[in-house]
Design a protein around this ligand. Structure first.
Ligand code: SF4
Length: 678
C-alpha cells in the first residue's frame, strides 16, 4: 500500500521545490518532485533525487542513537548511549563552563543543514537565553553582499519578484550559476523569459553557455567590469538622469571613475572584449532589466565592493520599481510573509549582547585555551566548510574543549565530538519551508517516524533545556504551537493542516511591485552611491573600479564553483552521488601547470584587509560595533595605480581563465584535469 503526501524541500537553495512522497508502510519511501508546484514541476534536482531516496533513508548511513566518543578526537571510536546520559553529560559540561568561565565560554555554530524554520531557528532560543557565544552564520556565506547592498539600497533581502520576468527585456545574471545551484530557475525561469539573458561568470557554466551573451571576466575584476558597463551605458544614453537626480545621492563622486572606465581600459582590466561590453550595455540599457547577483560573487577579496559596484547598474539606469526591472541578491520570503524570525530564534531572550565570532577567525579563537570551553555544532559541518581546516582540526584536539555535534550523519566534525546527537530528517517532522528567490512558503510534512532514536532539532533543544533545569516557557514551546503561531502571523486564513494539504502558497497573486514608491531604508531615504555609513565602517565612501592583481608566478587563484551533485558537503556521503560526481579534481590550464612547476608549488594568498572588514560588519540595521579605519582601504582607487597594474594583468591572464575539463575557452585554451594530490 502506498499513499502520497505533499511536502517541500528545506535545503539551502534558491528553488524551494515542492515534493511528493510515496509513503510505504514497509521499506523506503519514494521521494519525487511535486507536479503541482510551480518551481519543481514534478522533478527534483539531480542531487536530491538521488540522496533523498538514498542516504537520507539509509539506516546504515544515518545517525540513529546518541553516541559518546571513546577514542581519540577525530577518530571513529564511539559507543551508543541513552538520550538521558547524552543530555545530562552535555548539560553538566555546559553548566561547568558557565560556572567557571561564564556563558559566553559556550560557543555554538550553526547554519543551513536544514532551512525549515523550526529546525533552522528554534535551537537559537536556548543559546540566546544562556547568553552563549555564536559563530556568525553568514560571515562566509553572504555577509559581504548583505552589508554592501544595505549600504547602497538600505536592504539586501528584498529583491525583485521573479514573476516580473515576464515583463523584462533582459535578465543579467552576475556571479550565479543557476544550472547547479538553482537548477529549476535555470531550466524554467531563465529558459522561458522572453527577454535576453546575459551571464557574467569567469566560468562557462551551463547557464552561461545557454545565455544570449556570456561575459567572461578574469576572476576578481567584476567591479572594473561594472564600471566599464556604466561607461558604455552612459555613452549610449541609457542613464536615467531624472531618476538619478530624484532617488540617488553621490553620483557626482563616481562620475570621474565612470569616465575613466573606457572599453579599452575595461578590456585590459577584465579580459572582456570591448565589443561584448557594448553589446551587453545595449541589451541591458534598453530595459526594463533585471539584475540577479549570486552569493558566490561576493565570496572573494573585495567582494563587498564588487556588489556595490554592480549595484550601480539598476540605480543609474532607473531599473527599479517598475515591472520587469529590479535587483535581487536574496529574498527572505518568510519576512515578507509576516513571520517574526527574531521571535522564533529568541533574540529577545538574550541577557546581553551576544559575542559573535566570524568563520574567518574561528580556528584562531578556538585554539586559545581560555576563551571557549564548550563548542556546540548543529545544522552545520565546520570541518568541511570553515576556513583554515588544518588549524581548526588542531584546535579541536584541545583536551579541555568539550564538543557536541548534532547531525543526521557522522560528519568530519562529528568525529571530533565528545557527544554526538542524532537529528531527524525533514521527512520525519512538521515544519515550514521557504524559497529565498521565489516568494513561496511550503509545508514540510512528517511522512514517517524519525529513524532510530533521532529527534527533530527543536525537540533536541527542548530536552536539553530540561536537562539544564531551565523553565523559561519559550524554551519548551511545542512544535505545533510554534507552527500555529507562524500560520497566524502569515494570516493565510487557514491552518497548518490545510497548508499541508495544499503543499505550498505563493505570496500575492501577481508580481510584488517592490520599490515602486522609490523609498529606500538608507539614512537619506535614497540609493546611497556615496555612503557616510561606509566611511564610518572604514570602507571606501563610493564603490571603486577595482580589479584584483593576478597572482604572481607559482601562485594560482582557484574558483570553487557549485557542484551539480552536492550542496557544499551535503550529499557527499551518498555512494551514488560519489559515483556520479567522481573524485574531487581541479582543472588547471596546461600553461599554468608549467608555471606551477617553475614556481615550486602552491602558496596561500590572503584576501586584503578591506574584504575582511566587509565580512566583519553586520547590516546597518543591527550593527552594533563600528570598525576602525583601514590603512589600505582606498589603495586601489587611484587611477595611476590602476594603470600601473595593466602590464601585470596582461602577463598573468593566461592562467586566469579556468574552464571545465577539455572545454575550449574563448581564446583557444584547453584545460587539463589534474590529480588534487599532485
Ligand atoms: S533544486 Fe533545491 S529545492 Fe529543489 S530539490 Fe534540489 S535542493 Fe531541493
Amino acid at each position: 500500500m502506498t499513499r502520497q503526501i505533499k511536502t517541500n524541500c528545506p535545503r539551502d537553495c534558491y528553488d524551494g521545490c515542492g515534493i511528493v512522497v510515496e509513503v510505504r508502510d514497509h521499506g523506503r519511501h519514494r521521494v519525487l518532485g511535486d507536479p503541482d508546484h510551480p518551481v519543481s514541476r514534478g522533478k527534483l534536482c539531480s542531487k536530491c533525487a538521488v540522496a533523498y531516496n538514498g542516504v537520507w533513508q539509509d539506516p546504515g548511513a544515518r545517525l540513529q542513537f546518541p553516541l559518546k566518543r571513546v577514542g581519540a578526537k577525530g577518530g571513529t571510536a564511539f559507543v551508543r548511549i541513552s538520550w538521558a546520559e547524552a543530555l545530562d553529560t552535555v548539560a553538566a559540561r555546559m553548566q561547568d563552563a558557565m560556572a567557571s568561565h561564564g556563558p559566553q565560554s559556550i560557543l555554538h555554530t550553526h547554519y543551513s543543514g536544514t532551512l525549515s524554520l523550526l529546525g533552522f531557528l528554534f535551537p537559537n532560543r536556548l543559546f540566546n537565553f544562556l547568553g552563549a557565544s555564536e559563530v556568525d552564520p553568514d560571515s562566509i556565506c553572504n555577509a559581504a553582499g548583505h552589508v554592501a547592498w544595505s549600504l547602497l539600497y538600505g536592504s539586501s533581502i528584498q529583491g525583485f519578484d521573479p514573476r516580473t520576468a515576464r515583463d523584462t527585456h533582459c535578465i543579467l545574471v552576475w556571479g550565479a550559476n543557476p544550472s547547479h545551484s538553482a537548477p529549476h530557475a535555470h531550466e524554467h525561469w531563465l529558459n522561458e523569459t522572453l527577454g535576453k539573458v546575459i551571464v557574467v561568470d569567469p566560468l562557462r557554466t551551463e547557464t552561461a553557455a545557454a545565455a544570449d551573451l556570456h561575459l567572461q571576466p578574469r576572476p576578481g575584476t567584476d567591479a572594473a567590469l561594472a564600471f566599464g558597463l556604466l561607461h558604455c551605458l552612459r555613452l549610449m544614453g541609457h542613464f536615467d538622469d531624472a531618476y538619478i537626480a530624484a532617488h540617488t545621492v553621490g553620483y557626482d563622486e563616481i562620475a570621474a571613475d565612470i569616465d575613466r572606465a573606457t572599453p579599452a581600459w575595461t578590456e585590459a582590466q577584465t579580459g572582456v572584449p570591448a565589443a561584448d561590453l557594448h553589446t551587453a550595455a545595449a541589451i541591458y540599457g534598453a530595459g526594463p532589466s533585471l539584475l540577479w547577483c549570486g552569493q558566490g560573487l561576493q565570496r572573494q577579496a573585495t567582494g563587498g565592493n564588487v556588489m556595490r559596484a554592480i549595484g550601480l547598474l539598476p540605480a543609474l539606469t532607473g531599473n527599479i520599481g517598475k515591472p520587469g526591472a529590479g535587483f535581487c541578491y536574496l529574498n527572505i520570503t518568510p519576512v515578507f510573509a509576516g513571520i517574526d524570525l527574531a521571535w522564533l530564534g529568541g533574540a529577545a531572550l538574550a541577557p546581553r549582547e551576544i559575542t559573535k565570532v566570524s568563520h574567518m577567525e574561528l580556528a584562531a579563537r578556538l585554539e586559545r585555551p581560555d576563551e571557549f570551553k564548550v563548542f556546540f555544532s548543529w545544522n552545520t559541518n565546520p570541518l568541511a566548510s570553515a576556513p583554515e581546516q588544518a588549524r581548526l582540526r588542531a584546535a579541536l584536539q584541545r583536551p579541555d574543549l568539550f564538543m557536541v555535534v548534532s547531525d543526521l550523519f557522522m560528519t568530519d566534525s562529528a568525529r571530533f565530538a565528545d557527544i554526538v546527537l542524532p537529528a531527524a530528517s525533514f521527512l520525519e517532522y512538521d515544519d515550514l519551508t521557504f524559497s529565498y528567490f521565489h516568494l513561496i512558503m511550503g509545508a514540510q510534512a512528517k511522512v514517517g517516524e524519525p529513524l532510530g532514536e533521532s529527534l527533530p532539532n527543536a525537540e533536541i533543544f527542548r530536552r536539553l533545556a530540561t536537562a539544564l533545569g531551565l523553565r523559561e516557557p519559550a524554551l519548551h514551546e511545542p512544535d505545533r504551537a510554534l507552527l500555529d503561531a507562524m500560520m497566524a502571523q502569515m494570516n493565510t486564513g487557514y491552518d497548518f493542516d490545510e497548508l499541508k494539504r495544499r503543499g505550498h502558497f505563493t505570496l500575492g497573486d501577481s508580481a510584488a511591485p517592490w520599490y515602486a514608491d522609490q523609498v529606500f531604508e538608507t539614512p537619506s531615504g535614497r540609493i546611497e552611491i556615496a555612503s557616510a555609513q561606509a566611511e564610518v565602517m572604514g570602507l571606501p565612501r563610493t564603490p571603486q573600479p577595482w580589479a584584483d592583481v593576478p597572482p604572481p608566478d607559482g601562485q594560482f587563484r582557484f574558483l570553487t564553483p557549485a557542484s551539480k551533485w552536492r550542496m557544499n558537503d551535503s550529499y557527499a556521503n551518498d555512494p551514488h552521488i560519489v559515483e556520479r560526481s567522481g573524485p574531487a579534481a581541479l582543472h588547471v590550464n596546461p600553461r599554468g601547470r608549467a608555471r606551477r612547476r617553475a614556481g615550486g608549488g602552491f602558496q596561500r594568498h590572503r584576501p586584503p584587509a578591506v574584504d575582511r572588514a566587509y565580512r566583519r560588519q553586520r547590516p546597518a540595521r543591527d550593527r552594533a560595533v563600528v570598525q576602525g579605519p583601514l590603512a589600505d582601504a582606498g589603495r586601489h582607487a587611484d587611477e595611476r595605480e590602476l594603470r600601473a597594474q595593466r602590464p601585470q594583468r596582461r602577463h598573468g591572464r593566461q592562467h586566469q581563465r579556468p574552464l571545465h575539463a577539455g572545454q575550449r575557452g574563448p581564446r583557444d585554451l584547453r584545460f587539463a584535469r589534474v590529480d588534487c594530490r599532485s
